[in-house]
Design a binder for this molecule. Structure first.
Ligand code: RAM
Length: 505
């Protein structure tokens, strides 16, 4: 199906919804150093060595270096107020490094990162040719720690730091983030809101350090958290329209992520289990905002993602023909045909609900209800093991398969509820490889009314990140693998990733 006659209009709607960013000034709270300590997460912790006022208003030598701790996660433009005492006989050269965690602060950025660009590290040099009173960083940073360094600068003058601040930005309302948090749940909730607000910029970014980009799978979780917090419906609407406008002209396929700064949103990284979720996200948006007009406008492209998915079926079951990126979770060893089959069932059932809500059932190209029932039956027959009472694929038992089988309602409700309860004890099954799948677990537990079980998962998994000092929730968290990274270097992991924003029931 070709949507190219719509995409210009969709892009214009997305552009019309570009948000004004809110601003909040924050200042550095202490000067720290990084200390090696094998007893802490990733083996590095920060230690205060002086207050900021102790180094302000002091003439600095030609070589100096300080690490400024802002005490919390910041996304914005660092700004340094300074003066120069003496004859400004040569440019002032300032080296800087922005980092999210103590470990990242301690890492030499001149290091290899397999598969990602070194440019994701936030460091650089600013050189001024005049004795300016203020240096504002040109590029938005995402950090808690700001390292400033000057190396063999002029002897004819002395720089004097007057203030070290950050002009923080977000399209979320900063005032909705509680200033304090005492209990574990209050801390988890507050850090979730800090994480989400940090990622709410001109779009819902996956992470404000990396990738600074809109991803469809992330958007599903970000939007749900947003409906329970900032309630910025226009930002969700803008992102839905960006994805629709960025669809592949030839196939109408919605991409997994959007590169925005093009005349037309450029789609990248098509991910099978992301794009099929477009209708699910659209349904949640309509139910929370009441905006059925947008629903009707984007209904057909939502249906089309399901139609494209059916091309990946053989004998009534999903088959991996090795032609698309199947995500689900970062675990490389995960068997994915069963969870993907279930994702399709869930997505189609949500598109059917959408059709009913919009009274557009007649627009469905086939009988979705009977197809869903057939796929549920096929999924049970192919992957459900009545002896163990769980879904298994090629001998593998994974949390992913059980979670998505529950979403797909392949088993009767009470059986699915019991399966989820027992799953939480199955530590020998392949567990989630990160917060994205843990979040799907929390959401599906809540779908089945298992609130206490969901709270226990949140307390243990997100509570552990809090205990490790998380200022925002992370892209990856494997309790036994502090140095895990999908990119071969934990320093380039995003330590503020909104797919980790968790809704506490
Ligand atoms: C990385 C990021 C992003 C995720 C994709 C699949 O680029 O973690 O959030 O959606 O992978």
């Amino acid at each position: 199906m070709n949507f190219s006659e719509q995409t210009e209009r969709w892009k214009a709607i997305a552009d019309s919804l570009k948000p004004q960013l809110n601003h909040q000034w924050r200042t550095a709270v202490s000067i720290v150093r990084m200390v090696s300590d094998p007893s802490v997460w990733q083996g590095i912790r920060s230690e205060e060595i002086s207050s900021v006022p102790e180094i302000l208003d002091k003439e600095l030598p030609e070589t100096w270096e300080y690490i400024f701790d802002f005490g919390e996660y910041c996304v914005g433009y660092p700004e340094i107020e300074l003066e120069f005492r003496g004859i400004f006989d040569s440019p002032f050269r300032l080296e800087y490094k922005l980092s999210e965690t103590p470990y990242e602060t301690s890492v030499d950025f001149q290091t290899e990162i397999n598969g990602l660009s070194r440019s994701w590290f936030q460091d650089g040099v600013i050189t001024v040719d005049e004795p300016v009173k203020k240096i504002r960083f040109p590029r938005r940073g995402a950090f808690r720690y700001l390292t400033l360094k000057s190396f063999f600068n002029s002897r004819a003058y002395h720089p004097v730091l007057k203030a070290v601040k950050c002009d923080c930005v977000s399209s979320a309302d900063f005032h909705l983030i509680p200033a304090k948090a005492e209990t574990l749940e209050e801390k988890i909730n507050r850090i979730s809101l800090v994480t989400l607000a940090s990622c709410m910029q001109e779009v819902f970014e996956d992470g404000p350090k990396r990738d600074r980009r809109l991803w469809l799978g992330d958007l599903r979780i970000q939007a749900l958290a947003n409906y329970n917090s900032f309630r910025n419906y226009d930002l969700v609407k803008r992102c839905l329209y960006l994805f629709a406008a960025g669809c592949q002209p030839e196939t109408g396929r919605i991409p997994g992520c959007i590169y925005r700064d093009h005349p037309q949103p450029a789609g990248g990284c098509y991910i099978f289990d992301y794009s099929i979720m477009f209708g699910d996200i659209l349904l949640d948006y309509i139910r929370n905002s009441g905006d059925t007009e947008t629903g009707k406008d984007l209904f057909l492209i939502a249906v089309h993602q399901c139609e494209l998915a059916l091309e990946e079926f053989e004998k009534g079951c999903f088959k991996d023909f090795r032609r698309h990126w199947l995500f689900i979770d970062w675990r490389k060893e995960l068997q994915k045909e069963c969870p993907e089959h279930c994702v399709v069932i869930y997505a189609m059932s949500r598109v059917f609900e959408l059709a009913e809500l919009l009274e557009m059932e007649k627009e469905l190209p086939r009988d979705y209800q009977s197809l869903i029932a057939e796929f549920r039956k096929n999924g049970r027959e192919k992957w459900f093991d009545p002896v163990s009472g769980f879904f298994t694929e090629n001998g593998q038992y994974s949390w992913a398969a059980q979670i998505w089988a529950a979403y797909a309602e392949i088993l009767p409700e009470e059986s699915a509820r019991n399966l989820l309860r027992e799953l939480l004890q199955k530590k020998d099954f392949l567990q989630p490889g990160g917060p994205y799948l843990y979040n799907q677990l929390v959401l599906v537990l809540m779908k089945y009314g298992l609130k206490e079980e969901a709270r226990k998962v949140i307390h243990s998994y997100w509570g552990a990140m809090v205990s490790h000092g998380a200022d925002a929730f992370w892209e990856f968290y494997l309790p036994d693998e502090p140095m895990f990274s999908a990119y071969g270097n934990a320093a380039v992991n995003s330590h503020c990733h909104a797919w980790s924003t968790v809704i506490i029931p």
